[in-house]
Design a binder for this molecule. Structure first.
Ligand SMILES: *[C@@H]1O[C@H](CO)[C@@H](O)[C@H](O)[C@H]1NC(C)=O
Ligand SMILES: *[C@@H]1O[C@H](CO)[C@@H](O)[C@H](O)[C@H]1NC(C)=O
Ligand SMILES: *[C@@H]1O[C@H](CO)[C@@H](O)[C@H](O)[C@H]1NC(C)=O
Length: 330
């Protein structure tokens, strides 16, 4: 795995917070899916080495023995899993992922372990200074607006985003009850602009306006929910990253960032390299640093780096009410 993006982030984080606990989907999955025997959403294809996310806390499922669990838990753990959604449900595409509900329950076992190791008082201090990074929601929207999906027969998009926000509220409160005080919550990116969604319109390759609209709706709901939580629980602090507009800015102003290709994936096959995922038979673009997208729906390392820089040091336009550097310094 190429750690160019992750290592500097982890190193700087390591000095600032005792631990980073990561929850979410493939954007931050550092390998949990490799431990799921049935999962086809695995992170260990060599082609996918560039697809990286936030800090490199070790994958929870890699920690098998009691001794290495105890040590590793103290530095934080990643529970993230490719294909994961906020809403539970059978995911027919990915077949086996760790949904957010399960990720939070795994964290509950880590919580108990750390209380045993550190004692209640030290452990609560440790939790309150640690960062809880939650990067999820894109798969809920993508699944709903996928070509051929019948999800809209059962629920309206408004019902979808309302239940996403409601479930997220429950998980954040559960984490709060398990010691968490500092949250980084990433909004859903403009998923309608990923190659998979653009490929739904073969003639124009334009962004799917509908899935973008509802991604934005969810983000608005999540942002208000976080404000309400902060009012209810005065001792929490959070950074909400407007991933939607971070991505849209790259797509609309590519030259500012050295990008020349904002539509097609770097790795894949067919129209926009979006008809076949990035698997060993796929084609690579010659220069991945000029592409915004790595595969059907993952950004390239170059895009992820901009994303990380933005949530870390960005202005309130993209990360609010404070950025991650300010959050961890509290
Ligand atoms: C975890 O512990 C087992 C058994 O003690 C050991 O074989 C393994 O190398 C350890 N793994 C890590 C990542 O430290
Ligand atoms: C494809 O995009 C064009 C241009 O934005 C639009 O006019 C057309 O309705 C779209 N087709 C479909 C099937 O969405
Ligand atoms: C690849 O793209 C980047 C960004 O546009 C550019 O700076 C670099 O020179 C390119 N490399 C090659 C080998 O073309």
């Amino acid at each position: 795995m190429d750690l160019n993006v992750v290592e500097p982030f982890t190193r700087s984080m390591a000095k600032m917070v005792p631990a980073v606990f990561v929850f979410g989907d493939s954007l931050v999955d550092v390998g949990n899916n490799n431990y799921l025997t049935l999962s086809i959403a695995k992170a260990d294809f060599p082609h996918n080495a560039e697809k990286l996310g936030l800090p490199s806390s070790p994958p929870y499922l890699s920690l098998t023995s009691a001794s290495n669990k105890s040590n590793a838990f103290l530095g934080g753990v990643s529970f993230a899993s490719g294909g994961a959604r906020i809403l539970d449900g059978t995911d027919k595409i990915f077949r086996q992922t760790i949904p957010l509900s399960k990720q939070v329950e795994y964290y509950a076992t880590v919580y108990v372990n750390l209380i045993e190791q550190l004692g209640t008082i030290e452990a609560q201090k440790f939790f309150s200074k640690s960062l809880y990074a939650i990067v999820i929601g894109g798969n809920d929207i993508l699944g709903f607006f996928k070509a051929g999906s019948d999800a809209h027969l059962k629920n309206t998009p408004q019902e979808l985003v309302d239940s996403m926000t409601l479930m997220m509220t429950g998980y954040l409160k559960r984490l709060y009850n398990l010691g968490a005080r500092k949250f980084l919550v990433a909004g859903v990116p403009a998923v309608g602009c990923c190659p998979l969604q653009r490929n739904q319109n073969k003639t124009s390759g334009d962004c799917n306006e509908e899935s973008n609209y509802w991604s934005n709706k969810y983000n608005e709901g999540a942002k208000s929910m976080l404000q309400a939580m902060k009012t209810e629980f005065k001792d929490i602090n959070y950074a909400f990253s407007d991933s939607y507009n971070v991505l849209l800015n790259l797509i609309q102003n590519p030259a500012n960032y050295g990008f020349t290709e904002v539509k097609a994936a770097c790795c894949g096959l067919g129209n926009l390299n979006a008809e076949v995922p990035c698997i060993p038979i796929s084609q690579y673009c010659p220069n991945r640093t000029d592409h915004v997208f790595w595969d059907l729906f993952h950004p390239t390392e170059a895009s992820v780096k901009i994303f990380i820089d933005t949530i870390f040091d960005g202005s309130q336009q993209y990360v609010s009410p404070i950025n991650v550097r300010q959050l961890v310094a509290l």
